[in-house]
Design a protein around this ligand. Structure first.
Ligand code: NAP
Length: 287
């Protein structure tokens, strides 16, 4: 549906630095058009010293809401009025929505990560899980897994174990059953054997390094595994190809990217994101 920009157009935006690589404008502008909403989504580069001013600007200009990306996901917090429980738990904000006059910071990576997983797996409660990486995405993933599934084991495999220790310590209040454990990445194979779910939360496999993978020894992958790669560029990573060839169920990062956007879209507009239209745009782009 064609929607023209006019005096009624409302704005949403991504703030970060850099922002030129972002797929969020494509996702949200496609969704706004498909839903017939007179809204426009922009990607705005904001210097680290100007984050608070930018948030005042969102408020003053009556933006519908915003996304936040690196390096502002933590530093934006003091400028907001409120955090959702998941943003507070993860300690990072990737979406801002308005509630009346208040700006609420959310972390939609948590719900965005879970949505495709719940479509693929009926019950992961009490299983063993392995997350590779210990950065911002791993933090959202580990919180999501702990609170949604109460895993028996949730092992964090990290190149820098001190980073994983910090993550485990910060999330310990959500770890009622003592599930969290830490492993250096060179000991992955052992933990793979008993894990039902394996998540790549490192950038390994991202364009242009498309031949890199967190699991070079594919013998550890079996048909009993669900392999979830957060990398979305390319859509089908080497890890996902290897996993599918070994008979595992696979989930790609693009599904999470669209689902985290959908969670923000719903908060901004009060309507569900037209997912088919967004998925179609990505399919056509990849042709
Ligand atoms: P981050 O905060 O920079 O953390 C990256 C993590 O990966 C760190 O633990 C880092 O280890 C580790 N790592 C980096 N290079 C590695 C290598 N060569 N070998 C082993 N470990 C390595 O990044 P992030 O924000 O967590 O993002 C991680 C990935 O998830 C990115 O590819 C991002 O695009 C993707 N992501 C996708 C979505 C989605 O919606 N699909 C959402 C968020 C993030 P060190 O601490 O040792 O550096």
């Amino acid at each position: 549906m064609e929607v023209s920009v006019d005096a009624r157009t409302r704005l949403a935006a991504l703030i970060g630095d850099p922002v030129e690589h972002s797929l969020s404008p494509l996702i949200h502008n496609t969704a706004f058009r498909a839903a017939g909403l007179n809204h426009v989504y922009l990607a705005l580069r904001v210097d680290p010293s100007a984050v608070e001013t930018a948030v005042h600007g969102l408020r003053a200009l009556h933006f519908l809401g915003a996304n936040v990306t690196a390096p502002h996901k933590q530093t934006v917090i003091p400028a907001l009025d409120e955090l959702t429980p998941q943003a507070a738990a993860v300690g990072a904000v990737n979406a801002i929505a308005r509630r009346g006059d208040r700006l609420v910071g959310d972390n939609t990576d948590v719900t965005g990560f879970l949505a495709p997983l719940l479509e693929v797996a009926d019950d992961l409660r009490g299983t063993r899980m392995l997350v590779i990486g210990a950065g911002g995405a791993a933090r959202a993933v580990a919180y999501a897994l702990l609170t949604a599934f109460q895993p028996e084991h949730l092992t964090l495999a990290a190149r820098t174990p001190t980073r994983a220790e910090g993550l485990a310590s910060d999330l310990s209040k959500f770890d009622e059953h003592g599930a969290l454990g830490i492993l250096p990445t060179d000991e992955l194979i052992g933990a793979m054997k008993s894990a039902t779910l394996v998540v790549n939360a490192t950038p390994l496999g991202t364009h242009p390094n498309v031949e890199s993978t967190p699991l070079p020894d594919v013998r550890g992958i079996s048909p009993d595994h669900i392999i979830y790669d957060l990398v979305y560029n390319p859509d089908e990573t080497r890890l996902l190809r290897d996993a599918a060839a070994r008979g595992a169920r696979v989930i790609g990062g693009l599904d999470m990217l669209i689902a985290q956007a959908a969670a923000a879209f719903e908060q901004w507009t009060g309507t569900k994101m037209p997912m088919d239209a967004v998925r179609r745009v990505f399919r056509e782009r990849d042709r």
